[in-house]
Structures are given as C-alpha cells and as structure tokens.
Design a protein around this ligand. Sequence first.
Ligand code: NAD
Length: 246
Amino acid sequence: MRPVLLITGASSGIGAACARLAATRGYDLVLNYRSNHALADAVGRDAEMAGARVLLCQADVADPDAITDMFAQIDVEFGQLDALINNAGIVDVAVPVTELTHARLRRMFDTNVIGAILVAGEAVSRMQAQGDDGAIVNISSAAARLGSAHEYVDYAASKAAIDTFTKGLADAVAAEGIRVMSLRPGVIETDIHAKGGEPGRALRVAAKVPMQRAGSAIEVANAALWLLSDEASYVTGSTLDVSGGR
Ligand code: NAD
C-alpha cells in the first residue's frame, strides 16, 4: 500500500514542490489549500500524472473546525495517514515592533503556530492508531535562529515556537516509531516575499548568503522528502537548515 502524505499549504511554493516530488516517490497525497482551488487543482493534476492518488482539501489551518473537517475527509477517503509536511505559513509586511498589533499577532500565531500544532496533533493520533511508523516535517525558518531584527520579528518568533514544539513532540512519540523534524529554509524564491510586501527580498538577501544566492522550492522539497524517507530513519527531534550556509 502506498503511504499517504498530507501537505498543508500545498498550492504554491515549497508545498507545491513537495507535492510534485512526493508523487514521484510513491506517496498518495492529501493536498491542503486555503483558498486558491485552481492552483491546488493544477498541483493535484501533476501529482496524479506521476501516479499519485490525490485528495484536495480546502481548509484554513487557522480555523480549528476546518482542521477537524479536513481530517474527517482524510479518514473517509484514505483511512490512513503516514506522513505530514506542516508547511502552511504566512508572513506580514515588515514593521517595527512598536507597530505590531494584536490582530496581526493573532493571525500570525493562529496560522503558523496554533494551526501547525493542531494539524500535527491530528496526524499523530492517526499514526498512533495505525501503530506503524510515521514521520512529520514542520517547516520552520532560518528566521527562528536569526530573529529577523528590523524585519519580521513576529514571524521569526512564530517559527521559533515551531522548532521547540518539534523537539517536544519528537521526544513524546519517538518510542512509537513516529519521527518529527523541523526544516529551516533560508531565503527561497517563492511568492511569500511579495505577500510580505517585498517581492525583491530574495535577491536583496541573497548577498548575505554564503552561497551568494537564494534557494529554490525544489531544493527545500528534496530535503523534506529525505527527512520523511527511510534514509533518515535514525533522525528525529532534529532541525535541518536548508539555507545556503546562512
Ligand atoms: P507560499 O506563500 O507560496 O506558501 C505558503 C502556503 O501556505 C500558501 O499556499 C498559502 O496559501 C498557504 N497558507 C497560508 N495560510 C494558510 C492557512 N491559514 N491555511 C491553509 N494554507 C495556508 O510561500 P512558501 O515560501 O512556499 O512558504 C511555505 C513555508 O515555508 C511557510 O511556512 C514559510 O513560512 C516557510 N518559509 C519560507 C521561506 C522563503 O524564503 N520562501 C523561508 C523560510 C520559511
């Protein structure tokens, strides 16, 4: 039986690259997206062409009821879940810390932290019930380590929470054969920089990267799929930087 992988935020960027690659590695896929059905559908069709069975699941991970509904659909359609790439995330325009509003912080942490933790919890409960090995990759950020002073301190703090959550969850479920890792991309060329109000950010930051370039979504996907694979069978609780040395 093919393993089933859930990817949140799968309609674009790193999530879409993970989906297309995972389909070629023998996974069936649950592709979560927030709103852009056409984009998610295009990713899903590519994955089907590569041999995957695909379920598209619309759900806002900042909405706990939507997460519950998504897992109910997974239970009905697949009845199994073996792997998760907890990828959905947002950034907001850079502002000084004195201008961070409660509403902005609520939205950021509801999505990047609370949503990711609730999704991981639902996934772990399926993996525990199956009694088989499972693997989870939480997409963090190099910002968790760097702090992103003068840029996106709230975003960096949300990703640091994910790294700490990863370590705690990994310790809690290691004896059950469930591995949990976090992956910290550096600056990767995706649309997230435009969403953060700075479309040229990848180019600007590339000069600070020891490898002198931004990364691509497929370079992150390659690392994520390796972490999920049996080749990483003795890796858990770890954080992998995919950041060109930054
Ligand atoms: P992206 O904007 O293309 O991808 C983010 C995806 O998450 C989008 O498809 C978006 O629709 C989805 N999403 C956002 N909020 C959601 C919600 N509430 N419910 C469901 N889906 C939601 O950008 P990306 O660069 O591919 O980002 C993917 C992940 O990588 C994010 O967690 C991001 O923080 C992280 N990351 C990106 C970079 C980078 O430089 N691109 C660096 C470090 C970390």
